[in-house]
Design a protein around this ligand. Structure first.
Ligand code: HEC
Ligand code: HEC
Ligand code: HEC
Ligand code: HEC
Length: 266
């Protein structure tokens, strides 16, 4: 049993202070996963024991996001209207090619932070048949806490702008291509090995192409690396200490940093 890292108003509510969690099998769906709030809370916070209801509702949903135009997928949770501080490029080349990130939360990322920035209890749902929850995310699982995303991998920018940094092969000069970023048409990495020349080779037979996870086919979001429904993510290898660790809902494995090498040529 793994202890959940959800910390909440549990200090005050002794009954929920020892939330324990049986672990999550990758690719087994939302039910029973870290995204099943009934399991995470250790009780059944929804009176019907529904699972999707913490994020979606068939009726009376929140229709648009913060700017009033972005359509939401039948969302059943208050959406934060705060302006979030985006990641600041460390590499001048990225700033030149991609530019400063205006709204880091474009697309599904804004939905993720409705729970992950720690401001709204994860086991709350509504406006449809509202129920009040108590469990707020803290610690490592709280991403975007204080409406600040400077310490999170850049999101909310165009992947195609990053690809422009790649240098094409020049037949006249007889030079070969120098890629920094993998084209969006490629699949996520399925295996990483060292080739005979001693450099890392990456096999790209993942479930998804990178492009299929980009919002509107181009914008990088939280859902570019994570699969929220625990369906098309990868099954990680057993940790080197022989224990099963969290899977993180990722599209490629952690071993050999296959997830990072899915996009970065390094
Ligand atoms: C923890 C929150 C969460 C839960 C629980 C959840 N979803 Fe979602 N769902 C999302 C987010 C975020 C998106 C939009 C981003 C995406 O598709 O990755 C989404 C998108 C969708 C979509 C539209 C896109 C697509 O994949 O076809 C459908 C349909 C959907 N969810 C159905 C469900 C059903 C059915 C359940 C319950 C079995 C469920 N979801 C549970 C967060 C959730
Ligand atoms: C570029 C890929 C990428 C993007 C984009 C990304 N993540 Fe992650 N995330 C990861 C990886 C990889 C891990 C596994 C942790 C590790 O390897 O250290 C992770 C871990 C996490 C964890 C668990 C942290 C922990 O230490 O337990 C949460 C929660 C999370 N991500 C949420 C988010 C949210 C919310 C967003 C968007 C605001 C996001 N991620 C964007 C790659 C990404
Ligand atoms: C309804 C609230 C809610 C929403 C919406 C939500 N999450 Fe989560 N997420 C949680 C909770 C609760 C956990 C488990 C925390 C724990 O037990 O420590 C979790 C865990 C995670 C983890 C860690 C999984 C692991 O194996 O350690 C990742 C990664 C993650 N979420 C990413 C996302 C991303 C990306 C989105 C949006 C596409 C999202 N979440 C939307 C509530 C939510
Ligand atoms: C889905 C594709 C994708 C995945 C997966 C991914 N990245 Fe990125 N990452 C990008 C893109 C695109 C950029 C912006 C262009 C660049 O820096 O090459 C970026 C930017 C970065 C930067 C910031 C560079 C700067 O100028 O500040 C770092 C560092 C980084 N990634 C490391 C990682 C690590 C480590 C992982 C694995 C945990 C990872 N990335 C996973 C696509 C990805």
């Amino acid at each position: 049993m793994k202890k959940s890292t959800v910390l909440a108003a549990v200090v005050a509510v002794a009954a929920t202070a020892t939330m324990s969690y049986a672990g999550m099998n990758a690719r087994t769906g939302v039910n029973g996963s870290f995204h099943d709030m009934n399991v995470v809370s250790g009780t059944t916070p929804d009176v019907y024991g529904r699972v999707c209801v913490f994020c979606h509702t068939p009726h009376n949903a929140v229709v648009t996001g913060v700017d009033g135009t972005e359509r939401l997928p039948l969302w059943n949770k208050t959406v934060s209207v705060a302006t979030y501080v985006p990641y600041q490029w460390a590499t001048p080349d990225n700033l030149a090619a991609i530019g400063a990130i205006a709204d880091p939360l474009v697309g599904p990322s804004r939905l993720c932070v409705t729970c992950h920035d720690g401001s709204i209890a994860v086991d709350t749902h509504g406006p449809a048949t509202p129920e009040v929850g108590i469990l707020k995310l803290t610690g490592n699982r709280a991403i975007g806490i204080g409406a600040n995303l400077e310490s999170t991998h850049p999101i909310g920018f165009k992947y195609s702008d990053a690809v422009k940094r790649n240098i094409l092969a020049d037949a006249a000069l007889g030079t070969t291509a120098v890629d920094e970023i993998v084209p969006a048409s490629e699949r996520f990495a399925s295996a990483v090995a060292i080739n005979e020349a001693g450099y890392t080779t990456v096999t790209r037979n993942g479930q998804r192409t990178i492009g299929s996870t980009l919002f509107g086919g181009d914008i990088m979001t939280c859902a570019t690396c994570h699969e929220v429904h625990n369906k098309e993510n990868v099954i990680n290898d057993l940790s080197t200490d022989g224990t099963t660790r969290p899977n993180y809902f990722l599209y490629a494995k952690e071993a050999g940093s296959a997830i990072c090498l899915s996009c970065h040529v390094k």
